[in-house]
Design a protein around this ligand. Structure first.
Ligand SMILES: [Ca+2]
Length: 220
């Protein structure tokens, strides 16, 4: 167990390769805030890896601005194999996703304000491309949370939408990644790290019972 001085636990920029955040219990408080100085996004890609045994609703990524609580949201619905992407508060549902429990999943979500199209990638498989919202950017100070879903700017958490499990390798870009770059992410090859959020230089704050741990390797 590494020891960090207390002040560094609250605001720090850390190289997190090989690490994961563990959300070990259902609460309406425990979460991680991811900090970025960037704002005003006309396009977004978010990629992350997640692990859970939840079959209820749960959040994977929540970005709120003062004008929209679901300005960019990645949300697993209770309905089997259904994942929602919301952009600018407008959601699209992606069905038939092989959302296997108790295994690491690689998830990417893209959105572009010009076309209004969102797309989900799960373990290398692209979804249908679906319309969410067009005509305006994600604008204003973004509060980004892992572990809790925001119904207001930085709050409005619901234990029944919290994540219990682990999250790793979170990146966010202010453009739509090419299919090849997404595959490189999913296959754990070299890829261009996020220019909005970069897991290799992450600025974050832990609130409540969330642990930063070594990702557990599988030994045969
Ligand atoms: Ca909610």
């Amino acid at each position: 167990m590494q020891f960090f001085p207390v002040e560094l636990l609250f605001v720090c920029v850390v190289y997190l390769s090989g690490k994961m955040f563990t959300f070990p219990q259902q609460t309406n408080t425990a979460h991680v805030r991811l900090n970025t100085t960037r704002e005003d996004f006309s396009a977004v890609t978010v990629c992350l890896r997640s692990f859970t045994d939840l079959s209820r609703n749960h959040v994977l990524f929540s970005l709120a601005t003062p004008s929209a609580a679901n300005d960019f949201l990645l949300f697993k619905r209770a309905a089997a194999n259904q994942i929602e992407i919301s952009a600018r508060n407008v959601g699209a549902l992606f069905d038939g996703q092989e959302y296997t429990l108790n295994t690491w999943l690689s998830v990417c979500a893209t959105w572009d304000s010009t076309s209004g199209l969102g797309q989900l990638w799960l373990n290398g498989k692209p979804s249908s491309r679906k319309f969410t919202s067009t005509g305006s950017n994600i604008r204003g100070r973004a509060i980004i949370t892992l572990g809790q879903e925001q119904d207001s700017h930085g709050g409005g958490f619901d234990a029944n939408q919290s994540l219990v499990g682990m999250i790793s390798d979170v990146h966010m870009w202010d453009y739509v990644l090419s299919n090849c770059e997404i595959h490189r992410y999913m296959d754990n090859l070299n890829f261009t790290p996020g220019n909005v959020l970069n897991w290799r230089a992450l600025d974050f704050q832990i609130r409540g019972r969330v642990l930063l741990e070594e990702k557990q390797a599988i030994c045969y």
